[in-house]
Design a protein around this ligand. Structure first.
Ligand code: AP5
Ligand code: MG
Length: 190
């Protein structure tokens, strides 16, 4: 089983590169952002809770997020593996993921960090905001998302270095070059 964490700031290309990784390795894709947006679109209670937080660039509380992730993972028994996109975002989530996978006799295979300068992230997300209609793709919310990433999520780089799983990728430039670097990193961990 291949368990890949795709990691990076808002707009770093997690979703874009996940599609290619899914195609090459035949993995299931869990994007926690997509899960939450589907709940919002369906008008569920979870969706209502999530909307207020996402619109302000804040994280959904760990306990709730871990419960959602565990439920998604349970539904995916028997595949070739999973790409985790947007999860974990805190140390508590990383520890929970490790426990969940270890409980199945598995572990994270590789953590792929896509590194992109903040000015470029802002440009990409403002551009996407004009097309996507994502409520959090506006300048004020993007700034908050970047602060949350810096303060709460970026410490996971060290956490995964200590766990021997961290792979650094320069996330700026051509999509094909970035993907080739990701494939080389994954293959070096298999
Ligand atoms: P989430 O949906 O995960 O959003 P995000 O992390 O802010 O990242 P994005 O989806 O905006 O960007 P991406 O890295 O996928 O980049 P993409 O490929 O789209 O989370 C949203 C919210 O949900 C969070 O803020 C939080 O509130 C909540 N949430 C989610 N998970 C949570 C968790 N685990 N715990 C708590 N709360 C959680 O690319 C971006 C743009 O750039 C696209 O237009 C793309 O075409 C373009 N692009 C991609 N690559 C390149 C390139 N190489 N060159 C030029 N342009 C590029
Ligand atoms: Mg995404």
């Amino acid at each position: 089983m291949l368990n890949i964490v795709i990691f990076g700031a808002p707009g770093s290309g997690k979703g874009t590169q996940s599609e290619r990784i899914v195609e090459k390795y035949g993995l299931d894709h869990i994007s926690t952002g997509d899960v939450l947006r589907a709940e919002i679109a369906a008008g569920t209670e979870l969706g209502n809770t999530a909307k207020g937080l996402i619109d302000h660039g804040q994280l959904i509380p760990d306990e709730l997020m871990i419960e959602i992730l565990a439920a998604k993972l349970d539904k995916l028994a028997g595949g070739k593996g999973v790409i985790f996109d947007g999860f974990p975002r805190t140390i508590a989530q990383a520890e929970a993921l490790k426990t969940l996978l270890n409980g199945r006799g598995e572990d994270v295979t590789a953590m792929i960090e896509l590194d992109v300068p903040e000015e470029e992230l802002m440009d990409r997300l403002l551009k996407r905001g004009q097309l996507s209609g994502r409520a959090d793709d506006n300048e004020e919310t993007i700034k908050k998302r970047l602060v949350v990433y810096r303060e709460q999520t970026s410490p996971l780089k060290e956490w995964y270095k200590n766990d021997g799983k961290h792979c650094y990728i320069n996330g700026s430039g051509e999509l094909d070059r970035i993907f080739a670097d990701i494939v080389a990193a994954i293959d070096s961990k298999i």
